[in-house]
Ligand binder design. Sequence first.
Ligand code: NAG
Ligand code: NAG
Ligand code: NAG
Length: 483
Amino acid sequence: MRLNLFSLATLLPTVFISSVSSKVFFKEDFTSDDSLKAWVKSEAKENIGAIELSSGDWYADKENSRGLKLAQDAHFYDYSAPLITPMSLKDNDLVLQFVVKYQQDIDCGGAYIKLLPPTADPKKFNGDSEYSIMFGPDVCGADSKIHAIINYNNTNNEMIKKPLARKDQLSHQYTLWIKKDKTYEIRVDNSILRNGTLADDWSMLPPKEIHDPKEVKPADWDDRKTIPDEKDVKPENYDDIPKKIVDPAASKPAEWDDDMDGDWEAPLIDNPEYKGEWKQKEIENPDYKGVWTAKLIPNPDYSEEGLLEQEIGFIGIDIWTVKSGTIFDNIILTNDFEEASEFGNKTWAAFVQTEIDVKDKLDKEEQEKREKEAAKAKAEAEAEAERKKGEDDKDAKVDDKDLELEDDLKPESNVESEKKEESAEKEESSEEEKSAEKEESSEEQSEEKEESSEEEESSESTEEEVSSDKEESSSASDGKDEL
Ligand SMILES: *[C@@H]1O[C@H](CO)[C@@H](O)[C@H](O)[C@H]1NC(C)=O
Ligand SMILES: *[C@@H]1O[C@H](CO)[C@@H](O)[C@H](O)[C@H]1NC(C)=O
Ligand SMILES: *[C@@H]1O[C@H](CO)[C@@H](O)[C@H](O)[C@H]1NC(C)=O
């Protein structure tokens, strides 16, 4: 154990706490401004993605919803933080619980946590580093699963059948509870998604029972399902029926020359009377006793020795993500389920409904904005079409003027009177055009004003700018349906 200020500070309370049965080995809700200080960035790879404190683009409560955010697209993340005090898995329940918010609308990225031995070197932590447990969601395209990997006998063992992860954009709480009797529960959002025994749901242990190798099949055990029917006898002369016979319909062709072609022989055909080799019928065996197996006995080689007896010293995040934005929050590692349950209720469950409401409101606002933009684009297109039409009318008038010039050739008296009439007409029409244009432009202006003031309102209500690429976000109810 390295003796730094951190461990010195925790040594004293540890002594007291260890006398009671329940213990918290790691607890972080990221509400403190310096809560990222404990997380050491690995130097095993260059260009490890940056992490930051963030509540995301929406949240139930700015301070409480703050978590550890993976902040860069297409990066590896290798970070670890020390436990308050090392935890032994031997004869201990293990409860690892944390919240993941895939706020970016995840396409491909994990959000799991690894439990590392006290001997781990945070600076060298990487994907090949030894760990005891790896737990949490992993989504890539249509593939969504919850990993629950247990290291046993130096092998990482996945669950035989992995449960589904949530891939919507809301905060979900993942809980792995491995009890000291080697049974487990996986909970998502406080409901049990899976439970059972480590022996059944991982294939790391030998079978608990085997068929007794000493037992032998009794001599009188009849395991023939059917037997030959003794009443069925082969008909007499059955074997004399030939397979092929001479085709009775064939006749020697007229042009057949025995001297030249040799003796004519009729071709052979399948004999319709031929039924193949004779086989005695089979009937059900009245003495059938079923398939014999030796009875099950406890497997003398069964052993759970060494299973989950490791020590844990660090919490590790070792993942790759394409789109950044994943937020980890409310991480707790304890041997007391009640402790984790209470922490989860205080930090996650209390905010669930508010977060759903906030997200719903945001989705609705974005929907309305999109609709308004579409309506505006349509109105503009219509106005443009109207303007074009107006211009076309003007062009038509210019054509009229050209005609006027031709009219100059007409006798003067006529021209004078016509000109007067026309100029009166022109004045009228230009007045009309001008006032129409004015109306249009003032309408446009007021429209723009309305919109900009609405934009201000909506950005105020969500406090942070919401980027427009979240249009395809799945709604809260999507996530629920996945259960
Ligand atoms: C541990 O792994 C070794 C090597 O794979 C194997 O031979 C041995 O049987 C395993 N022990 C247990 C208890 O599973
Ligand atoms: C799993 O849960 C069911 C229902 O609560 C329970 O009956 C069963 O005993 C549990 N299995 C284990 C191994 O705890
Ligand atoms: C947490 O909330 C759940 C659901 O309301 C409840 O069943 C459980 O008892 C609570 N846990 C604690 C420790 O109060």
